[in-house]
Design a protein. Structure first.
Length: 452
């Protein structure tokens, strides 16, 4: 829930702001920095929240720069030392804690969860929790999830689960004898020199940015609440300065052995041989032809993104105190990070040209019908309980909850919606069809055809 704040234009602040983000770039400014400045022009008005960005190559900081306001009402600008909520980037740190215990021989990746946490569904392995393939229900409290059946047989699908990472924090606590956040403090933050990183459990945190949501035509401050509930899945705060220290420590193998970190950044494999986009705490993939591993975060009033390009020894981080939904003038942190990375790596990148195939009407007509979505209530509210597939000319057209998105065929059975992160896979046997809805490669939901 957002609260009202006054948006104050102050002449002194505007002067400072335009020195940092000037319309006429200084002659000494690099082309890369000028391109990044242009990305943040939408928050150069002196009355908008913004973001901080840092680019690192081979351990050397190429750019560390702040844009917009940490607190609009108080006219406090963002800076490299401003504290932001990380959201789900937290999962990478939780995974590091587990993998450190694996390296020390105190935990095995194929250990059953039941060895450390009782009263939960059987058959879950530690590796499956790390890779979101355990089937642990999400969109509910961990106590509620404990009462539910698993969403699927562990290892057969991927379904991004915050509760899975809450369970991993229980494993860390059971094995180490320390609370999850204290373990991170002693084994990650302090050794690396991260003095402004921790679990966001209080409103009294000096140097924090306020979070903002875009409503109608302006940003409004989001009500500040502690992030205890987000915990090991999304409850950490940090600064870009601290995250640079952490990135350098990872590259120098100070937190994990190189082979362990590489394993964490390797796509998971399901029981049927399909590869996942998630490793252990890292989203894996490629951006414009370059291998990319990273993670994003989305928590009320904030969105964040961290990408590492291992083959280029390059890291880009964007921490923003604007929410992702509804979108505002400033693009999401992930979009900003990718476009900023192009300023340094563009000459090595390739154009992403999707490859689609043309299918005959008879093949498309085979998939037409009404499909009943088997997904948590939160997903059904957003997408509708039923998805209706029709054919419009040479393309399929799914409709759910009032939204229509034309599909392009990647193969005879796999389709994607260009305007979203959704992919639909049809599995048919005789006259029976089911559909697998994949969102951003991280969540899979099944839908059975109930009427053709």
């Amino acid at each position: 829930m957002s609260i009202r704040t006054s948006l104050v234009m102050r002449a002194l602040y505007c002067g400072v702001l335009f020195l940092a983000v000037s319309i006429a770039w200084p002659a000494a400014m690099s082309d890369a920095e000028a391109r990044v400045d242009e990305l943040f022009r939408p928050v150069a008005d002196g009355k908008s929240p913004g973001a901080v960005v840092v680019a690192v190559r081979d351990g050397r900081v190429l750019l560390m720069k702040a844009y917009g306001m940490a607190d609009v009402a108080k006219a406090v600008p963002n800076s490299p030392s401003t504290i932001f909520r990380l959201g789900s980037i937290t999962k990478t740190f939780t995974a590091i804690a587990v993998l450190q215990l694996v390296e020390r021989g105190k935990v095995k990746l194929d250990d059953p969860l039941s060895k450390y946490v009782t009263g939960f569904a059987e058959g879950i392995r530690i590796s499956q929790l790390l890779g979101h393939t355990a089937g642990v229900p999400d969109f509910m409290s961990l106590d509620e999830a404990r009462k539910r059946s698993l969403e699927f047989e562990p290892g057969t699908r991927i379904n991004y689960s915050n509760n899975g990472y809450h369970l991993l924090s229980r494993v860390v606590e059971r094995v180490s004898g320390q609370p999850w956040d204290e373990y991170l403090r002693d084994h990650v933050f302090t050794p690396v020199g991260m003095k402004n990183t921790g679990w966001d459990k209080t409103e009294e945190l000096a140097g924090r940015a306020m979070g903002y949501l875009f409503e109608k035509d302006s940003y409004r401050a989001a009500a500040l609440q502690d992030a205890r509930g987000a915990g090991a899945a999304g409850g950490l705060y940090s600064t870009v300065e601290d995250l640079v220290r952490w990135d350098k420590a990872l590259a120098a193998a100070k937190l994990l052995r190189k082979e362990t970190l590489e394993l964490a950044m390797t796509p998971g494999v399901l029981k049927d041989g399909r590869r996942c986009r998630y490793g252990f705490g890292w989203i894996t993939g490629a951006y414009r032809g370059l291998r990319e591993v990273g993670h994003g975060g989305d928590i009320t009033g904030f969105n964040t993104w961290l990408s590492r390009y291992p083959d280029e020894a390059f890291t880009i981080i964007v921490l923003s105190n604007t929410g992702m939904r509804p979108p505002g003038p400033l693009p999401a942190a992930g979009d900003l990070a990718h476009r900023a990375a192009e300023a340094w790596l563009g000459d090595r990148m390739k154009e992403d040209v999707p490859k689609y195939v043309a299918l005959d009407p008879a093949t498309l007509d085979r998939y037409v019908g009404r499909y009943r979505l088997n997904a948590p209530e939160a997903v059904q509210r957003a997408m509708g309980g039923d998805i209706v597939i029709t054919r419009s000319g040479a393309r399929l057209m799914p409709e759910g909850n009032g939204m229509k998105l034309p599909l392009d065929a990647k193969s005879e059975t796999v389709f994607e919606a260009r305007a979203s992160s959704a992919e639909l896979t049809f599995v048919c046997s005789g006259g029976d069809c089911r559909m697998i809805l994949t969102l951003a490669g991280l969540r899979e939901f099944e839908a059975l055809r109930v009427r053709q």
